[in-house]
Design a protein around this ligand. Structure first.
Ligand SMILES: [Zn+2]
Length: 511
């Protein structure tokens, strides 16, 4: 009997030991994986100021050099076992440094940081598809996009992969890239010549199936340049996406969005390089399941994350190469030059420069093309580059009064920012029905004569972007491309005038 008791005890002991070992194993078999992400950097790789946090005393941000500091110390600063670094597009086009280097400076810093994957944004085509191909050659990260096809070959262009699979421990993580369905409307025709764009949800759905069924991926991430609202639609339409890391709408998603049905997590991290997103997944490696997650948008304050010296040196190299004379003063402004989705004094300044150079009756500038503001005081070349980063050219048009009246109605549709104007005074009612909002409109003090021909100056974006929005300009009876870059026209105007005193003067009023 005694031996039986001992054997029983021994069994119990073995059982307990086994249980402890099992549990110890289970506790060891989890992994914290940080998905670190940026979007819409728009060339802002260099240290900057967070005017959006405090317009008067903006805190300094270290941008990509501060991200490098976080990567160098991710175990202590992020607290994860490992990480992936991702970007959701519109990486260049927006600062002198990135524009004049045609994106090369941004790609160089991306390579230094060691991005895993990047998806292209609409603005990454602004210097043509050939330029993007050149950038893809030097980019070390995977360039992911599943819904762009070469029209002739009917295949995805060589520079893009529709997806990649990252193996981390025993996990297979599939990452798919996708770009906005609005490409034909957002890009100038020549920049996307020979390309066609497949419906984003259909394309993503196809690759989710491939990753799940054929590749047996455990986690699926979509790197999306669709915009936050479109990401929500994608998440509800396509089952099986665990995470969407988005861009395009410049949304700061502080509280992560969780699709109520498919439980897809959606996030995005503002724009212009001042923020790093961190979605850290706690994963059970045995069950291959996400157990929990932690999410934050990290403001890249320089004093908190001192910029990495090596990255600062690289950025200095590019600045020395491309930014000579950029801080020279070209004029002085009495007031803060601000943008607005209604009349803005910065919009007025741009239109005045067009009126002055070309002697036209009317000038138009789209509000969305004005990308920064200028503080009162000195104006530098850099300021103008920040305001007008796109290399749009000035177009001269002849339009009938009827066409002009239609253009003003298009301006106040409410689906996009208003057109900034020169030579026009208008009153509109935002609540009136579409195409009936303009209550009065005058050109040079006279009511618009429907049959009269007016001369108009505007920028090439309004003529060349496809889609119906600005079709009224494309339909004008006479269109001439001056091949003058709009930015240069504004620079010349400020250099001539020296002292700028432009105010909001009632060119656009609401009823
Ligand atoms: Zn975009």
């Amino acid at each position: 009997m005694k031996t039986l008791k001992i054997i029983k005890k021994l069994f119990l002991l073995i059982f307990i030991l086994f249980f402890i070992v099992q549990n110890a194993n289970a506790a060891n078999r989890s992994l914290s994986l940080a998905l670190l992400y940026t979007n819409d950097i728009h060339g802002a790789i260099d240290a900057s100021f967070a005017y959006y946090l405090n317009p008067e005393f903006p805190p300094k941000t270290g941008n990509l050099a501060s991200i490098k500091t976080i990567l160098n110390n991710y175990k202590t600063l992020i607290g994860s076992d490992t990480y992936l670094l991702l970007d959701a597009g519109d990486f260049f086009q927006g600062t002198p440094l990135s524009n004049l280097s045609k994106g090369e400076a941004v790609i160089d810093i991306f390579n230094e940081l060691g991005y895993t994957a990047v998806c292209p944004g609409n603005h990454d085509f602004d210097m043509g598809f050939d330029n993007l191909k050149n950038l893809a050659k030097i980019l070390k990260a995977n360039l992911l996009c599943c819904n762009i096809f070469e029209e002739a070959a009917n295949t995805i262009p060589e520079i893009f992969k529709p997806y990649i699979i990252q193996q981390i421990e025993n996990l297979k993580i599939g990452i798919i890239g996708v770009i906005t369905d609005d490409m034909p409307r957002l890009s100038s025709g020549q920049n996307i010549k020979g390309l066609k764009f497949i419906n984003s949800a259909q394309a993503v759905s196809k690759y989710v199936d491939i990753l799940k069924i054929i590749e047996k991926c455990d986690i699926i991430i979509v790197l999306s340049h669709l915009g936050f609202e479109e990401d929500k639609i994608l998440a509800s339409k396509v089952k099986g996406i665990d995470i969407i890391i988005g861009g395009h709408s410049h949304t700061g998603v502080r509280k992560i969005y969780n699709d109520p049905e498919n439980h897809t997590l959606i996030t995005q991290a503002f724009s212009k390089g001042g923020t790093l997103g961190n979605l850290t997944l706690i994963i059970d490696l045995d069950a291959k399941k996400i157990l929990n997650f932690k999410h934050e948008l990290i403001s890249l304050f320089s004093d908190q994350f001192p910029p990495d010296k090596k990255i600062l040196e690289r950025i200095k190299y590019w600045k020395d190469k491309y930014e000579k004379g950029f801080d020279d003063v070209i004029g002085y402004t009495k007031y803060n030059l601000q943008k607005s989705s209604l009349e803005s004094n910065l919009g007025n300044l741009i239109c005045d420069a067009l009126m002055h150079r070309y002697g036209v009756d009317v000038a138009f500038q789209n509000s969305g093309g004005i990308r920064a503001e200028i503080k009162k005081g000195n104006i530098t070349l850099r300021d103008i580059f920040n305001v007008l980063p796109f290399d749009n050219e000035v177009m001269l048009l002849k339009m009938t009064g009827a066409e002009l009246a239609e253009a003003l109605e298009v301006s106040v549709l409410g689906t996009h920012g208003i057109l900034q104007v020169g030579g026009v005074e208008m009153v509109f009612n935002p609540n009136a029905p579409r195409y009936k909002k303009v209550k009065s409109a005058k050109v040079k003090g006279q009511p618009i004569d429907k049959d009269k021909i007016y001369t108009v100056a505007t920028n090439s974006y309004l003529i060349e972007s496809e889609g119906a929005t600005y079709a009224v300009f494309k339909g004008a009876q006479y269109i001439e491309n001056t091949h003058d870059v709009l930015r240069d026209v504004v620079i010349d105007y400020i250099r001539q005038k020296k002292n700028i005193e432009v105010e909001i003067e009632g060119r656009i009023k609401t009823e």
